[in-house]
Unconditional design. Structure first.
Ligand SMILES: *Cc1c(COP(=O)(O)O)cnc(C)c1O
Length: 857
């Protein structure tokens, strides 16, 4: 534990008023006519100071004589939260009263990042609170660092959900996020001898001031059991599901404020609890163990986030998690709807539900079940409501990443849902055979059930059939979905397909992470760009202003110096702030090709070893990212990066001109330090594999240039920035497909390219593993004998492209111009633009202004 946390921070000025006595109701002068009691959540400096002091005393039980940094963090967080609550309560009341259509964003992951700074900025409290805490001898930035980063997601998909919630609130859209309140988020990554180690992320240990439990909205979710059919008094066929067990779902709400608006939407996360504290039968029979075990097994459901990214594992608990949060969220939505309306007939007019990937796709079957079995609606009507309500976002083209559950596992956990899926599949395929009578293959491709071998439920097919809109997340991705992954659905329903290119929020990813840059931009073009990123174009006219360029460059250098200090502190590596900060941070995955960058580094190293006096433009290669704990190759890539780092960083011939750094535990908060400090953004996935990418957008907004393939949103980033401001290399998606079908042989590249051969041989001969030729053999063999992600095919172009980068960086004026242009032209990649498109074209929701009266303000 950080000893600093435990050291009380004494404070002169406060000792007078606060020893062991509660703060007195002292003479706080308020110049308005609001009474002191009414001004509890006021924004005057005096009131804020008083509130901070009260929270420290009454909630933390501390005063300035014994408060730790953590105590101050909580006091500050509660001070901010109190001021969020008016907005939060008023927002949900307004949606209810106005009976507006609300979008529900269902996602198994929300990678929100820390809340404090975001909320301070949204509420325009940052400067005042910074002043307040300064009176206690505390730096607000240190308090911001005290907050545990809520890591309830794996990577891009979870972070997208968080950016979307931010944009929805910013645009004053009626919206709610639904997900799981994992007790343990994504593991904390540590390095042990260059290998990834995983440590549990106990983020709730000291309590979470940003959430509010709503036990009164608890619902029950059934699991397992069997079904019983009968005909009711009207002669209608009815089915009753008798679950084997029931789990309580308790909602916890986190307010999500819009930037400088009154809107504060809700992120509602469900916690699983046993429906009874104990099985009293077992308990009374003296079977205490079993009574406790049952309670524990219910609570396991929301215990931990599965740390896989783009690789589903088919575990029963995972399906239970998915069903758990979907069932709880749908019950919640139906309860709210029936509060205002006599029936669910108009449900789709008041509710739009977005499925973030197939993780919540069981919603198709659950909504049908609720409508038919629980709310007595006939099948056809229920199906109409379901399809009109749901929409599905696909996030991957890789067939192995599409979720498929074995029918036996699915039926064991969700017997009624399996019946519904069979029934709707039957009806669907009957239509398909009518529409396309001669195409048996089409029906088998479209079927929700995969036959042949073990039967599987194809969740992507379920989502497609049950939704009125299907979208990809970048132009290339959507076009490949239509051409390949979901081509049969595109043939059936071309009108259901949409592209919604991803975006990221400029509030977190520029304003919060790069405040100096934000200040410079605001100084030049005013502050509206934060709500309308297209306005960033306005800075382009300053590229010929040497003073502006100088300031732009100076900010980049300061950000690099900050990161360099962090690198020194955490890894004890000295890096040169004048070197190119060449950064690749993202989940470690073979398709993302971190090892391609490693091959490039080894090649540079080889050049130096061959001729130590060779000209080298200094570079710092920075890597970060987690590997799924069960993904052996990804973990070996981390070991390789660290092994290469060890050799390169200490080789006297290198003379410090190249450094390699792996920063452990990449997360939203670490990203906020890294993206603004990058000169070069590595986006080198095999073309056709990265659905969109969003890291690429964060880098470019912060003035990094991209070296990248024509993949995902890279293509659109290059279109916006201009080809001359982007370092392009590599095969196109079409060329990748063509090469694969011709029969790709990586060995040919190895044999015909001596430099590449030397690079691979260095690894194979144990140069980075103390002579151990076995350690990295799996990587070497994979590259030479399969190379499924075609690193060797792209190798030479990558190396040549990196040489062009080095050359370009030597002209710093030119480089800075390109950097400014990149930032200026990223308006398209604000998630505000993405969300506007979803609202208009998929959800049909409109903004709703929230009025805050003088009292609550
Ligand atoms: C943006 C982000 C990602 C996604 O990065 P990609 O480069 O698009 O894969 C992953 N993790 C975190 C913490 C992020 O902030």
């Amino acid at each position: 534990m950080n000893t600093f946390n435990q050291t009380p921070l004494s404070n002169q000025s406060l000792k007078i008023t606060m020893q062991t006595q509660p703060p007195k109701q002292q003479d706080i002068s308020i110049n308005s006519n609001i009474k002191i009691e009414d001004d509890r959540t006021g924004m005057s400096l005096e009131t804020l100071k008083r509130a901070f002091q009260d929270n420290l005393f009454y909630l933390q039980g501390k005063d300035s004589s014994n408060a730790t940094l953590r105590d101050y963090y909580y006091a500050l967080a509660y001070t901010v939260r109190d001021r969020l609550l008016h907005r939060f309560i008023k927002t949900s009341r307004t949606y209810q009263e106005q009976d507006v259509k609300v979008v529900s964003y269902l996602s198994a992951e929300f990678l929100m990042g820390r809340h404090l700074a975001n909320n301070l900025l949204s509420l325009e409290m940052y400067d005042k609170m910074s002043q307040v805490v300064k009176d206690f001898d505390v730096d607000i930035e240190d308090l911001i660092e005290e907050e545990p980063d809520p890591g309830l997601g794996n990577g891009g998909l979870g972070r997208l959900a968080a950016c979307f919630l931010d944009s929805l609130a910013n645009l004053e859209m009626p919206a709610i996020g639904y997900g799981i309140r994992y007790e343990f988020g994504i593991f904390r990554q540590v390095l042990r001898d260059g290998w990834q180690g995983e440590v549990p992320d106990n983020w709730l240990m000291y309590g979470n001031p940003w959430e509010i439990a709503r036990p009164e909205d608890t619902v029950e979710v059934g699991l397992g059991g069997h079904t019983e059919a009968h005909h009711d008094e009207n002669g209608d066929y009815r089915v009753c599901w008798i679950p084997e067990r029931k789990v309580k779902a308790i909602p916890y709400d986190t307010p999500v404020p819009g930037y400088k608006t009154n809107t504060a939407n809700s992120l509602r996360l469900w916690k699983a609890e046993a429906s009874q504290e104990f099985n009293f039968e077992a308990f009374n029979a003296g079977n205490y163990d079993r009574a406790v075990a049952e309670k524990m097994s219910s609570e396991t459901i929301s215990k931990v986030l599965y740390p896989n990214d783009n690789t589903p594992q088919g575990k029963e608990l995972r399906l239970a998690q998915q069903y758990f949060f979907v069932a709880a969220s749908l019950q919640d939505l139906i309860r709210i709807h029936l509060h205002k309306h006599p029936s669910l007939d108009n449900f789709c007019e008041k509710s739009a539900i977005q499925l973030n990937d197939t993780h919540p796709a069981v919603a198709v079957a659950e909504l049908m079940r609720l409508l038919i079995d629980e709310h007595d609606i006939y099948w056809d009507k229920a199906w109409d409501i379901t399809q009109k309500t749901l929409a599905y976002t696909n996030h991957t083209l890789m067939p192995e990443a599409l979720e498929r559950w074995s029918v036996s596992l699915f039926g064991k956990l969700l017997p009624r849902h399996l019946e519904i899926i069979y029934e709707l599949n039957h009806r669907f395929l009957e239509n398909v055979r009518v529409w396309f009578p001669d195409d048996d293959n089409l029906a088998s491709q479209l079927s929700i059930i995969e036959e042949g071998g073990e039967k599987k439920v194809r969740m992507a097919n379920l989502a497609c059939v049950g939704s009125h809109a299907i979208n990809g997340v970048a132009a290339l991705h959507t076009s490949l979905l239509k051409k390949d992954t979901l081509k049969h659905f595109a043939k059936l329903w071309p009108e259901k397909f949409f592209n919604k290119t991803n975006g990221v929020t400029p509030r977190r990813w520029i304003l919060m992470s790069n405040p100096k840059l934000a200040k410079l931009v605001t100084e030049k073009i005013g502050e509206d760009w934060l709500k309308d990123l297209d306005q960033m174009r306005g800075i382009e006219k300053y590229i010929d202003d040497p003073e502006f360029r100088q300031r732009w460059l100076a900010i980049k250098q300061e950000n690099k110096a900050h990161l360099a200090a962090y690198i020194k502190k955490t890894r004890n590596i000295d890096v040169d702030v004048n070197s190119i900060f060449d950064v690749q941070v993202k989940r470690i995955h073979e398709y993302k090709r971190q090892h391609l960058a490693v091959l490039g580094i080894i090649n540079l190293y080889n050049r130096i070893k061959q001729n130590p006096n060779t000209e080298v433009v200094p570079r710092t290669f920075i890597f970060g990212g987690k590997a799924a704990p069960g993904y052996f190759m990804a973990k070996l890539v981390i070991k390789l990066i660290n092994s290469v780092a060890e050799v390169v960083n200490s080789d006297p011939d290198v003379k410090g001109r190249i450094k390699v750094v792996f920063l452990p535990n990449f997360s939203v908060s670490l990203g906020q330090k890294i993206y603004p400090a990058a000169d070069l953004s590595e986006q080198v996935s095999t073309a056709g594999k990265e659905a969109s990418g969003t890291g690429n957008m964060k880098f470019a907004m912060n003035g990094a240039l991209t070296i990248g393939t024509l993949d995902g949103a890279n293509i659109e980033i290059r279109e916006e920035a201009g080809a001359e401001n982007f370092f392009l290399f590599g095969l196109t998606a079409e060329e990748v497909y063509a090469k694969k079908s011709e029969g790709y042989d990586p060995m040919e590249y190895y044999q015909h390219n001596p430099e590449l051969r030397n690079v691979i041989n260095r690894i194979a001969k144990g140069h980075f593993s103390y002579g151990d030729e076995k350690l990295f053999k799996p990587i070497v063999d994979s590259l030479l004998y399969q190379d499924p992600y075609m690193l060797l095919a792209d190798y030479q172009e990558y190396v040549d492209c990196q040489d062009r980068v080095s050359e370009a960086y030597q002209d710093r004026e030119k480089w800075t111009k390109m950097s400014i242009i990149n930032s200026a032209r990223m308006g398209k990649f604000s998630s505000d633009r993405t969300i506007r498109e979803y609202c208009k074209e998929i959800w049909g929701v409109e903004p709703m202004k929230i009025e805050i009266d003088a009292y609550s303000q």
